[in-house]
Design a protein around this ligand. Structure first.
Ligand SMILES: NC(=O)C1=CN([C@@H]2O[C@H](COP(=O)(O)OP(=O)(O)OC[C@H]3O[C@@H](n4cnc5c(N)ncnc54)[C@H](O)[C@@H]3O)[C@@H](O)[C@H]2O)C=CC1
Ligand SMILES: O=C(O)[C@@H]1CCC=N1
Length: 276
């Protein structure tokens, strides 16, 4: 199977490296195309894939094409690709807010998978949600799943509305966790810790809590109860959060991302989409 990655930025490079280092490609090659010459040089230096400087030398030969450019560049890229694509090719897009219909129309093809990855893909702990157009077969979907799983875990959803919802949870989610981490670090600094110690206290606390969460089926609430003693320090903190409606505010933030994902999808061809 020949796989082509278009766009060798943060996400495209992450996927290309993960695919190249996995056993996904038992035959064929991993090709990558980026229009920036500087980026091409960087990609060549990694020696992991076949770097192309033009679409016409790689696109017609690809069975699967992973599109990883910014949403704002989607329509220009698709116009350039259209004369070179064929109906048998499968297109996997990770562009935020660019719908399956926009891609179908932009390329004049039918087989499209829309995926929403997240940043921890960089370290092999990504969470990618995806959904496919009707024309994508079960066999092709299984191959896409294996491809996406090279960067972590994936979940096959049944609609683009669920992709928008998952954007509000896992796509944007890492930023919420960093927000919480920043707040705890700010508190630690205020309490007099040096930056290095504040980082250690916060980073190891998050890593440990996440490891515990993933080690069983217990709910976060049940884990909270294990930390908090009656009348103790944790209870004081949790009561303070409840008094300030923090749970509801976090939910509201996730919904804001969900609504924004829906809005972006309604805009034309990603043209007005953010520089996600
Ligand atoms: N960063 C994140 O956490 C997430 C990003 N995404 C999506 O991933 C996609 C890529 O984002 P990044 O990798 O952060 O962007 P980036 O800016 O790092 O990389 C984009 C690359 O595409 C290249 N490019 C632009 N136009 C091109 C064209 N016409 N032909 C070939 N190459 C072209 C650029 O030279 C650049 O190297 C975006 O669509 C974004 O919505 C999705 C979920 C999460
Ligand atoms: O903020 C954004 O729009 C993109 C989508 C999910 C993560 N980054």
């Amino acid at each position: 199977m020949n796989v082509l990655v278009i766009g060798g930025g943060n996400m495209g490079m992450t996927y290309a490296e993960a695919i190249a280092k996995s056993n996904f490609l038992t035959s064929g090659s991993l090709m990558i195309f980026d229009k920036s010459e500087e980026k091409q040089a960087e990609l060549r230096a990694s020696n992991l894939f076949v770097v192309h400087a033009q679409l016409n030398t790689c696109l017609p030969a690809a069975d699967v094409v992973l599109i990883a450019v910014k949403p704002i560049h989607a329509s220009g890229l698709m116009a350039e690709m259209k004369p070179m694509v064929s109906a048998g090719q499968l297109f996997v897009s990770i562009m935020a807010g660019v719908t399956i219909d926009t891609i179908k129309q932009g390329l004049g093809i039918g087989k499209v998978v829309r995926a929403m990855p997240n940043l921890p893909a960089l370290v092999g702990l990504g969470m990618t949600s995806f959904t496919a157009s009707e024309q994508v077969s079960r066999l092709e979907l299984a191959a896409v799943e294996r491809l996406l799983d090279t960067t972590g875990r994936s979940i096959n959803l049944s609609s683009e509305s669920e992709i928008d919802a998952s954007t509000g949870i896992s796509g944007s989610g890492p930023a919420y966790i960093f927000y919480f981490m920043q707040a705890l670090m700010d508190a630690a600094l205020k309490m007099g810790f040096h930056e290095e110690n504040a980082r250690l206290l916060v980073g190891q606390t998050f890593a440990g809590a996440v490891e515990l969460f993933n080690s069983s089926d217990l709910s976060p609430e049940a884990w909270m109860a294990k930390v908090a003693s009656k009348g103790g320090t944790t209870r004081a903190a949790l009561d303070s959060m409840d008094d300030n409606n923090v749970n509801a505010l976090i939910q509201e933030a996730a919904y804001a991302a969900f609504r924004r994902a829906e809005e972006l999808g309604k805009q034309t061809g990603g043209k007005e989409a953010v520089h996600a």
